[in-house]
Design a binder for this molecule. Structure first.
Ligand SMILES: Nc1ncnc2c1ncn2[C@@H]1O[C@H](COP(=O)(O)OP(=O)(O)O)[C@@H](O)[C@H]1O
Ligand SMILES: [Mg+2]
Length: 222
């Protein structure tokens, strides 16, 4: 069985008297340790698919099975556990807290964990090394470049050691050179064993992944 199985997945949005079919009967699977890029024009359903994969939006119908767990059959409390244990999210806009330091931002998702302060510090240090930012732990977010901020966001996504990383246009706000650096970090994480699903506009980035999937009007093409 694959790590991620998507079966007849449908997501409709109802706004006023209009219904948008954002994801239209998708079925495919993703293997453990695969790096998949997800392409498609704006409005083709990429973000909708990613949020459903991440346990953030219930499908209208169909199912998502991750590691043999039928995600949307879980009670809503347990879906939060699924998100924390399985998923790390990285967004185009970083979504960091500007007036906190790098290490404070990264350890935020740990605040309810039962690690000691010392253990937390050790963990943050280890993760900062993975994104090559070990020297910036004490910096405030608004003192960092865009590429550094995205690396902090990636580090934050790693803090609970999820097996899946979902990234929605993580290089969308970055210049070419910085984007390549970020892609290399995703490749390193993939080599470390993470399964990665990344939305990108940049077809040149297909080369970093094992496989690319293209959506059009909520359906798979090619
Ligand atoms: N919360 C929402 N309410 C209503 N329509 C939405 C919502 N989110 C997305 N859509 C619509 O669903 C379609 C797919 O959107 P989205 O998944 O964001 O596509 P993409 O990420 O590929 O640009 C679009 O037509 C979009 O307008
Ligand atoms: Mg999108």
């Amino acid at each position: 069985m694959s790590l991620i199985e998507i079966n007849n997945l449908i997501k409709k949005y109802n706004t006023g008297n209009e219904t948008v079919l954002a994801v239209n009967d998708l079925s495919f699977s993703i293997e453990q340790n695969e790096f998949v890029t997800l392409l498609g024009q704006s409005g083709s359903g990429k973000s909708t698919l990613l949020t459903m994969l991440g346990g953030l939006a219930k499908p209208t119908s169909g199912k998502i099975v991750v590691d043999n767990i039928d995600v949307y059959e879980l009670p809503s409390k347990t879906i939060a556990d699924y998100r924390r244990e399985y998923i790390g999210f990285v967004f185009q806009s970083f979504q960091l807290i500007p007036y906190l330091t790098v290490e404070e931002n990264i350890s935020l998702p740990l605040s309810i964990s039962d690690l000691t302060n010392q253990e937390q510090k050790q963990l943050v240090k280890l993760i900062l090394e993975k994104v090559h930012l070990e020297k910036k732990a004490k910096r405030l977010i608004n003192e960092l470049s865009g590429g550094e901020q995205q690396r902090v966001a990636i580090a934050r996504a790693l803090i609970n050691d999820p097996i899946i990383i979902l990234a929605d246009e993580p290089t969308g706000n970055l210049d070419c050179k910085t984007s390549e650096d970020i892609m290399k970090i995703f490749c390193e994480l993939n080599n470390d064993g993470k399964t990665i699903v990344m939305v990108t506009h940049n077809t040149a980035f297909k080369k970093y992944s094992h496989r690319s999937i293209e959506l059009s009007d909520g359906r798979l093409i090619n």
